[in-house]
Design a protein. Structure first.
Length: 188
């Protein structure tokens, strides 16, 4: 499962999660990995959450945008986790492994939110992950998401970057391309 969060800062314990998105991956009939579903939510900052103005400027998130329609953190995580749990059960797995671009950041915020909202059934492994920054560096010589995606021949729209949904989909496309490329090479 590919996940990205956009936040109000860098401290997972004190800073708000403002957006979350997840791409559920599956295998096609030829054994290639692909995106099956994308789920995203805009999140209301938790009570007394820190939000650094520089983070908002970097992500372009406007907390006062009337079309944003944020939902409470617990509701957002239930929405994401329900879909992930369904896929974990369907594939006979114990836990989902988070795929992300520098996933330690996303996983730290995800785990902090799980603790904060006292969520009992986190479907993600608490510390294992796949890192597309490392994989992008290995496969394409690029560790920055935009550069790795473009080096992989995947479209990139800078005006959409730093939204959780866009970054998640591009990270998922990059991960799938690398895994499928590796699978193809291992067959030769």
């Amino acid at each position: 499962m590919v996940v990205d969060v956009e936040t109000g800062g860098f401290n997972a314990k004190t800073d708000a999660i403002l957006e979350i998105a997840a791409c559920i991956l599956c295998m096609d009939d030829f054994g290639r990995i692909k995106i099956a579903e994308t789920i995203a939510a805009n999140i209301q900052p938790f009570h007394k959450a820190n939000i650094d103005q520089r983070s908002l400027e970097f992500t372009g998130i406007d907390l006062n945008d009337p079309t944003r329609n944020p939902i409470p953190e617990r509701e957002a995580f239930q929405k994401i986790f329900q879909a992930v749990r369904t896929e974990v059960r369907a594939t006979g797995c114990q836990r989902a492994i988070l795929v992300g671009h520098n996933p330690a950041f996303d996983l730290s915020f995800l785990n902090a939110a799980v603790e904060r909202i006292d969520y009992k059934r986190n479907p993600f492994h608490p510390f294992s992950s796949f890192d597309t920054a490392t994989l992008g560096g290995l496969a394409y010589g690029q560790t920055v998401l935009a550069r790795a995606v473009q080096a992989a021949g995947i479209d990139w729209d800078e005006s959409k970057a730093h939204s959780a949904e866009f970054d998640t989909v591009k990270t998922a496309e990059l991960f799938c391309k690398i895994v499928n490329l590796w699978s193809l090479k291992s067959e030769i």
